[in-house]
Design a protein around this ligand. Structure first.
Ligand SMILES: [Ca+2]
Length: 353
């Protein structure tokens, strides 16, 4: 029986590497406890969702699936469409930008962030966006993105040109690509691009300043989004091969985007080449870059890598079988390798007894 099982392993090895992949969902649920997609970006799923009064609520963090706050009291401020605050500013009705519900970034405490932690592909390009509106005048928010953990204004992301927002008359605050402004009169969308620097990224909306004396008042937000745009790849070729095709230098390219690799190797020398791949939007503007890897081996050598396939992580099983005196004797090691860059890890067979 054991001999038959070992024969099966040997047959599998002869046929090629034992390999399978985990889908993004399985990875998020079972390996990293964070989702890859932004949850509840329009705030429609909340503990008050069956109510229709045009008012606001101070709710506890667990009452808004997906979102957390840095506020020490754990409170979040939820607004229903059509809410007309009695006094601040008074007489002005605020409709949701999307659906029926929206938020103030702050509830009771200033300088707080409304955030989610998301599973990300280190090195991949993402698009972020959210809708923003002032409450009493021009409010200023920031999009903070960085590896999971406390974020500061150093993590503020620049908006793409035209997505910084607008300021009203008399505004004296700071302006610039990271200072995302919105007036009271209308919702504006802020949008930009970010290359993930870790396997878990914090997506945080930060209330930087408001037009009101009490800085917890203002910075209405709705309809936040997080979209994968392009993932880097890793591949192995040989000296003398044709230069890698552009299509092999990117994975999961979002619809409407194209790429422009910058420094493709000429395939005349052995080496590991980091290729900067510019990503362009439908208007042919460069929105960001990813870095793909091409390992060039000497002609005739055995390949060492597997190409990365989308948002999946290959799991490679290596089974070393000890052969003693011509007879298969024992299964001596089983090694499991998970490497998101797709580089195969080699395990030397262990010989013994
Ligand atoms: Ca909404």
């Amino acid at each position: 029986m054991i001999k038959q099982v070992l024969k099966g392993f040997i047959a599998a090895l002869a046929a090629g590497l034992l390999s399978f992949s985990l889908g993004g969902g399985a990875l998020a649920d079972q390996v990293i406890p964070y989702p890859t997609a932004l949850q509840n970006g329009s705030f429609e799923d909340n503990a008050k969702k069956d109510l229709t009064a045009a008012t606001n609520y101070f709710i506890d963090q667990p009452d808004l699936p997906g979102w957390s706050t840095t506020a020490s009291d754990g409170k979040l401020e939820l607004w229903y469409t059509g809410f007309t605050p009695a006094s601040v500013p008074g007489g002005i009705s605020f409709a949701a930008q999307d659906g029926s519900w929206f938020m103030e970034i702050n509830a009771n405490l200033p300088d707080t962030q409304l955030y989610q932690d998301l599973a990300t592909n280190d090195g991949a390009l993402y698009q972020w966006s959210f809708w923003h509106r002032g409450r009493t005048g021009t409010d200023t928010a920031m999009m903070l993105l960085g590896p999971q953990g406390a974020l500061t204004t150093d993590d503020a992301q620049p908006a793409a040109p035209g997505y910084e927002g607008t300021v009203g008359g008399g505004f004296t605050g700071t302006t610039g690509p990271t200072y995302l402004t919105a007036q009271r009169g209308a919702w504006v969308q802020h949008m930009g691009y970010y290359v993930a620097e870790a396997d878990v990224t914090r997506f945080a909306l930060y209330a930087y300043d408001s037009a009101y004396t009490n800085k917890t008042v203002g910075n209405l937000v709705d309809n936040a989004a997080w979209t994968p745009i392009a993932f880097p790849t890793a591949q192995t070729l040989h000296v003398g091969d044709a230069a890698p095709n552009d299509s092999t230098l990117v994975d999961n390219l979002a619809a409407g985007y194209t790429i422009d690799p910058q420094n493709v190797p000429d395939m005349t020398a052995v080496g590991t080449y980091k290729i900067t791949v510019q990503v362009l939007d439908a208007a042919s503007g460069v929105v960001g870059s990813i870095v793909s890897t091409v390992q060039v081996l000497a002609a005739g050598t055995t390949g060492e890598s597997l190409p990365q396939t989308g948002n999946q992580h290959s799991v490679l099983l290596w089974v070393a079988v000890l052969v003693c005196g011509g007879a298969t004797a024992a299964l001596v090691s089983l090694a499991l390798s998970r490497n998101k860059h797709g580089t195969r890890r080699r395990y030397a067979p262990k010989h013994g007894g």
